[in-house]
Design a protein around this ligand. Sequence first.
Ligand code: ZN
Length: 286
Amino acid sequence: MAVKKLLPEAASAVLDRISASGRFPHCILLTGGSDNARRYAATHIAAMIECTSSPKPCGKCRDCGKVLGGVHPDVSVIESSGKSATVRLDDLRIIKETAERLPNEGIARVYIIPQAGRIRPEGQNALLKLIEEPPTHVYMILAAEVRATLLPTVLSRLYEINLGAEAAQTLSSKTEKKLEDVCTRAVAALTAKDEFALAAAIAPLAKDRNNITRCAEKLRLVLRDAMTGAEGLSGMPDAAATLAGTYSVPRLLQMRAALETVIQAAARNGNANLLLYLFSSGMFAE
Ligand SMILES: [Zn+2]
């Protein structure tokens, strides 16, 4: 459907996989891309959740129509308000008032906060309990330009989907294949605990900083799968299983933090060779 075509290929593939896994995360964080792209993705996900036909979202059923038209009674969009354009406790009232109640007519209650980075800390804390233990009929879709604007306690509970640096562009399948090859070699190097092999595996990424970010993001998903035992969220289930068998969860978390550092440095226009150094050395730093 039209909505899907506007999603970056990688994000769309992630959504298809989590949808197929039957374990749709209750609390999602959308990062990267433009504000519009994040809003689009949030609506797309809400339609996936409420759609009563298939493949979800079909874009044709009554529920999809209502979600895409912004009139579904169980899908609430919470915007920032006031001069400071922040999301205040009062703006979050609807969640507090309705989350415990069953949906009116849809499959679930979906709360979308397109500018979650603007939720004041007290508001984030107020949401924490719901994010930690969402009722089975509640889904939260938060979007933020920069993930660092959210409290670590909140962040750690969200399933992040990054829409990439240029949301309008989709990766060619050739680039996608190349990235997958690099990731496969990187995982083999990690499994062998060979830092030099890792440096060699990621060296082809030096030409394009965006590819460094993409590779780091893909590996981050592999690590996530390795830690949660989820199947196929990264599209590389064998790699995830291998890493899970090689490293403890605390080490996997350290690796994820190292990837995070690379992604943030890349966003700050870090030099490609320095990024690659951060990448290979960071993964083995204990
Ligand atoms: Zn539908």
